[in-house]
Design a binder for this molecule. Structure first.
Ligand code: BGC
Ligand code: CA
Length: 345
């Protein structure tokens, strides 16, 4: 009898000892990722964060891990963003992703991350090279800024070569254009502006800039700029270059309000290939765009986050100069539009 009770007691004791170990073993490994974005309502940025959320869920399933993803909106304010990064570090994030508000202000963030020993990944808004070089665990995921400009230029160049009489409305042999620019100082605004026109000029197309202005990537601001130009400019606008699709759509809004049908609109090109831009292409108001790979950027970022957080080896062939993960832009024309629309639906 006593022997039996002793055995039961021993069994209960063993079970009690085994339990916590057992439940701890069942907990999946968890990582924390903090993401701070310059402005959540930016169309392109919100597409990236949506992809990130979706892919983090898929990755949890695939790896059998828990991924805690926190997204903070810095609302265009660098000091707000610095505090958000502090908070992420205090809360024990394993990796921090930053869509920096002011791309010249990365040094402070790299130093904070280094002091905490937490890798930092910048994306879409490229920090200056010296800042990224401050620490070997600072990275940038993005697309080559000049390439989108070149592709935009090529879209217009092809149209000029194949249907100059349609494009050159006043028949003076010169291409009159306006330029809607993103935020001043943003690498994409600077490079897209420069390389779109440079591509035409190097191909020998005579160009004349009628007007240019910043519209901070925003549809509403671009509409206002366009309304002013329609009121003020004497020569007809033959091409509208917009550094992104939202601004191209803003220009189209202004033209629609003037009662101009799509077939009479200038040749308008954007960048990003957002769903409303592709719809505008299908309708004929937008003539071309350049796909900015939001999905690819989110994919690369998450891959990098997981590898860094789980201490896995980084594939050297995917990282240029120890810091950069580059993605490609692709031109969108009538030919590949249907395929892209299919991918989105
Ligand atoms: C995109 C814009 C976006 C900007 C934000 C650019 O690469 O083309 O649509 O507003 O990034 O930083
Ligand atoms: Ca002309």
């Amino acid at each position: 009898m006593r022997k039996k009770r002793l055995a039961a007691l021993l069994a209960a004791l063993l079970l009690a000892l085994a339990l916590p170990a057992c439940s701890a073993a069942e907990e999946p490994p968890a990582i924390r990722i903090g993401v701070a974005v310059y402005l959540q309502e930016d169309t392109f940025i919100s597409t990236i964060t949506q992809h990130l959320q979706q892919m983090a869920m898929e990755e949890e399933q695939a790896r059998g891990v828990k991924i805690n993803l926190s997204i903070a909106d810095s609302r265009g304010n660098q000091s707000v963003q610095n505090e958000q990064v502090d908070r992420f570090l205090d809360r024990g994030c394993d990796v921090i992703c930053v869509n920096i508000v002011d791309r010249t202000a990365a040094a402070v963030l790299v130093d904070k991350a280094q002091a905490a020993g937490v890798p930092i990944i910048f994306f879409n808004r490229e920090p200056v090279e010296e800042d990224l070089n401050r620490w070997e665990r600072a990275y940038y995921v993005g697309s080559k800024a000049d390439r989108a400009g070149k592709l935009q230029g090529e879209l217009v160049l092809n149209a000029w070569r194949f249907s100059q009489e349609e494009l050159d409305r006043n028949g003076d042999g010169v291409l009159q254009y306006v330029m809607l620019e993103g935020e001043p100082g943003h690498q994409d605004a600077l490079m897209r502006t420069e390389y779109s026109v440079r591509t035409l000029v190097s191909a020998g197309v005579p160009v004349e800039k009628l007007a240019n202005n910043n519209a901070d990537w925003q549809r509403g601001q671009a509409k206002m700029r366009m309304q002013q130009w329609l009121d003020q400019l004497e020569k007809p606008i033959e091409v509208i270059f917009a550094n992104n699709d939202d601004m191209a759509l803003g220009a189209i809004d202004a033209l629609v309000e003037e009662g101009i049908p799509p077939e009479e609109m200038p040749f308008i090109v954007g960048v990003d290939a957002t769903p409303p831009a592709l719809a505008a292409m299908a309708e004929g108001s937008l003539k071309g765009t350049v796909q900015n790979d939001a999905k690819g950027q989110a994919e690369r970022m998450l891959e990098l986050c997981c590898k860094l957080a789980f201490g896995e080896e980084l594939p050297p062939e995917k990282i240029t100069d120890g810091h950069y993960v580059w993605l490609w832009y692709t031109a969108v024309t009538k030919e590949n539009l249907t395929a892209l629309l299919g991918e989105l639906s």
